[in-house]
Design a protein around this ligand. Structure first.
Ligand code: UGA
Ligand code: MN
Length: 306
């Protein structure tokens, strides 16, 4: 029988079979994954909180940090300027960074130390700007970020995530972000080059933290640097009062925030039972600049952002 004479009904059936075969052979656009696959592919959001302030090496430090962060998946950077207004430098820098970010600002309030007692609160860690004494940095900035994060999490259906306090001049290996996604409540790991040591770290026996090797103020409730722990973000809503405080000695900010979320013995050791260093407390040297006035032929560079 010539093809042209095939009945229309047969053609329609053949077409239908073809369409059905095609449909069942192709992968659906959405799939119900097995629970194992869902668990292994789930990446908690990392909410990193970074205070930052205007200085000559700020853009250099932020550039180095952001170029690490651009390799971290599911990452939200809450960057808080220590300033009365958001600066163009940081605003433009963030816009161009390609990162997922929230830009906030709050100026550190001058706290004048009028008595010996006040000075003692900040022992070893005072610095003076325009005859005003300051101690711990980043307190108001981190607290503003925590407030923003609480409001943000309240609006989210999925509140799971990790909170990490990052200085803008530390050095972070990508592995530290993989580690912190494993935490249940609060995880901790060693920090390189801090507290006068090659490495400050928790001591682990049979998978449990039994002590710390810290030598700088070893009696701190949590002798850990800010870079050495992260917190499950769901705990933030369970502890609405958790915040940093100006009323504590220098070096006690970490203990101040951690006391709301965990006990020393319940900290979860990460980075191979705290045997690996994935973060370093590096500090950028303050650059010394020769002012153009001292040059014989001054070159004006104030129009160039550095
Ligand atoms: C150590 C800790 O690693 C910090 O987490 C802690 O905030 C700090 O001590 C402190 O308690 O003072 P350190 O290198 O001494 O770090 O401090 P900085 O790196 O100078 O400052 C920590 C963060 O606060 C940085 O991200 C920095 O940009 C910011 N900062 C510093 C301000 O926002 N304003 C300032 O006036 C100074
Ligand atoms: Mn630093």
């Amino acid at each position: 029988m010539p093809f042209g004479k095939v009945k229309k009904q047969y053609l329609a059936i053949a077409m239908l079979i073809f369409v059905l075969l095609f449909f069942f052979n192709s992968k659906p656009a959405f799939q119900c994954l097995s629970p194992e696959i869902q668990v292994s592919s789930y990446l908690p959001t990392i909410y990193a909180i970074t205070p930052t302030y205007t200085r000559l090496a700020q853009k250099a430090d932020l550039t180095r940090l952001s170029q690490t962060l651009m390799h971290v998946k599911n990452f939200h950077w809450i960057i808080v300027e220590d300033s009365e207004k958001k600066t163009d430098l940081v605003a433009n820098f963030l816009k161009e960074s390609g990162l997922n970010y929230t830009h906030l600002n709050v100026k550190t309030q001058a706290s004048k130390h009028s008595s010996v007692l006040d000075i003692n609160i900040c022992l070893f860690k005072t610095y003076k700007i325009n005859s005003t004494w300051y101690c711990a940095s980043g307190v108001e900035q981190r607290n503003l970020a925590l407030k923003w994060l609480r409001d943000h999490l309240k609006k989210l259906h999925d509140k799971r995530g990790v909170i990490y306090f990052m200085d803008d001049d530390n050095t972070y290996a990508l592995k530290v972000f993989d580690e912190m996604r494993k935490i249940n409540k609060v995880g901790t790991w060693p920090v390189g080059i801090v507290g006068g040591m090659r490495v400050e770290m928790p001591l682990v026996t049979d998978g449990k933290i039994t002590g710390f090797n810290a030598v700088w103020k070893p009696f701190r409730p949590f002798p850990i640097d800010m870079a050495g722990f992260a917190i499950n973000s769901t705990l933030l809503l369970e502890q609405p009062d958790a915040k940093f405080s100006r009323k504590v000695q220098s070096g006690y900010q970490e203990s101040e925030i951690l006391k709301y979320f965990t006990k020393k013995e319940d900290l979860e050791p990460l980075a191979d039972n705290c045997t690996k260093v994935y973060v370093w407390h590096t500090r950028t040297q303050k650059p010394s600049i020769i002012t153009p006035k001292k040059w014989q032929t001054p070159v004006f560079d104030s129009h160039i952002e550095v």
